[in-house]
Ligand binder design. Structure first.
Ligand code: LIP
Length: 264
């Protein structure tokens, strides 16, 4: 099995450099633009941070490819091939960033042959670095992570979000699904999918549910959950501490038809 540890270490150093830009801008006034909805925002910092990360990686690994949230927003196609491909969300939790709600993360994953080799979720404000590697476990600031292993849905803390889609169908599906989830366990939301999913990996939460996610929102955190012993299903995204909890949530919620990132 090829060893991607050098790439992981390089990605971590780049994420830490980029986080300085995020943290400086976090305290300042931002110029904000709307993307698909008032809950889907972009700032100059999102674009700058993506440029810093992709330029650094490109000069170190010129053969590698990239899928980045802001490059796609600017018109680049999403194309996942077998080549080493870095999937980047420069600021996951842009709405939090704009409002100074203190959960924002830089999320980076590397796929090779369409399989994720490692992830990096750097939760900048609280200085928490999540770094899983395929087959080698998941870590938070160097310490191994394990899901709770909870199998009883009535004992679960479930993390979820309303999401960025604000049309009537998306909103009514999501709110009615949250209503159903509220009848089961405790529900929480931090405003960043990447950090939300990391809570499942730490065992602090037992499941995560969200519809309409993009690959850059979840590429890194999905491998964190898996390497911490959890499961990821696809209805639409459920990350859970056990297959039993994932399947119970899938029975309760109403699926929602989402387009794929690689739809043209
Ligand atoms: C956002 C998320 C947020 C989710 C939104 C959106 P962004 O990512 O992480 O938790 O609810 O759907 O995708 O736009 O801040 O990178």
């Amino acid at each position: 099995m090829a060893d991607w540890t050098d790439c992981l270490n390089f990605g971590i150093s780049v994420a830490k450099q980029a986080s300085k830009v995020v943290l400086t801008a976090f305290q300042q006034e931002k110029e904000v633009k709307l993307k698909s909805s008032p809950a889907d925002l972009v700032t100059e910092t999102d674009q700058r941070v993506e440029m810093i990360i992709s330029s650094a990686i490109r000069s170190q690994y010129p053969q590698h490819r990239f899928i980045g949230e802001e490059s796609v927003a600017a018109g680049e196609r999403v194309e996942l091939t077998d080549c080493p491909t870095w999937i980047i969300d420069p600021i996951d939790g842009t709405v939090n960033f704009v409002h100074r709600f203190p959960f924002v993360a830089i999320s980076i994953a590397l796929t090779v042959n369409k399989q994720t080799e490692f992830g990096i979720v750097y939760s900048c404000v609280d200085d928490k670095l999540f770094h899983p590697q395929r087959g080698r476990g998941a870590f938070l600031n160097g310490e191994p992570l394990h899901v709770s292993g909870q199998e009883d849905i009535s004992q679960c803390v479930v993390v979820t979000e309303i999401g960025a889609e604000r049309d009537d169908l998306a909103l009514s599906t999501m709110t009615s699904n949250i209503f159903k989830l509220l009848k089961l366990p405790e529900v929480r939301a931090l405003g960043t999918a990447a950090v939300d999913m990391c809570q499942v990996a730490t065992g602090g939460a037992d499941a995560y549910y969200h519809i309409g996610m993009h690959c850059w929102d979840i590429a890194a955190s999905a491998i964190i959950v898996r390497e911490a012993g959890g499961v990821i299903t696809d209805t639409d995204v459920i990350a859970a501490s056990s297959a039993a909890v994932a399947s119970r949530i899938a029975q309760v919620i109403q699926p929602f038809p989402c387009s794929r990132d690689d739809d043209d």
